[in-house]
Design a protein around this ligand. Structure first.
Ligand code: CMP
Length: 139
């Protein structure tokens, strides 16, 4: 089915000028970027976005990192976009990511792993709504 998923290009990647290289991997996989904005989150905003992880030992470090520089928030649309985006990203830990995936090619560590992508339809919906209004989604 035609789906939408939410993606973040993280601060480690924007800092190294990888926005275009990462967007190209999405587009080459058949995902259409139907919304995109570069923003700099506060630590509180990052904490709200990642609140599902608030009990994890790495939560504070994760929020600090996500507020350490600009991010690019995007909505990707395509057939099975959620699964397809997860394939293109590769495993969370770049050491486990398959060759050619974004994380294998670009990520620096499990924390500074260049991209975030929604893991399921319900989270995709919530995450898109956290960053974008309906008017900003242009299919
Ligand atoms: P993401 O898909 O953005 O969702 C939660 C993030 O937590 C995950 O990607 C990782 O970047 C980060 N994360 C997971 N495990 C660790 C860890 N052990 N140390 C630091 N960050 C982590």
């Amino acid at each position: 089915a035609l789906e939408r998923t939410f993606s973040i290009i993280k601060p480690d990647a924007t800092k190294r000028n990888l926005t275009g290289a990462i967007a190209k991997k999405f587009e080459d996989a058949g995902l259409r970027i139907v919304a995109s904005k570069r923003i700099h989150l506060t630590k509180a905003q990052a904490g709200e976005f990642y609140k599902v992880h608030s009990a994890r030992p790495f939560y504070d470090e994760l929020c600090e990192f996500m507020a350490s520089g600009p991010i690019v928030a995007q909505v990707l649309e395509g057939e099975n976009a959620i699964a397809k985006n997860r394939e293109v990203m590769g495993a969370t830990n770049p050491a486990d990511a398959e060759a050619g995936t974004i994380r294998a090619d670009f990520a620096e560590s499990v924390g500074e792993n260049s991209v975030h992508g929604s893991d399921a339809p319900e989270t995709a919906k919530e995450e898109i709504a956290y960053f974008f209004s309906g008017l900003e989604l242009v299919g």
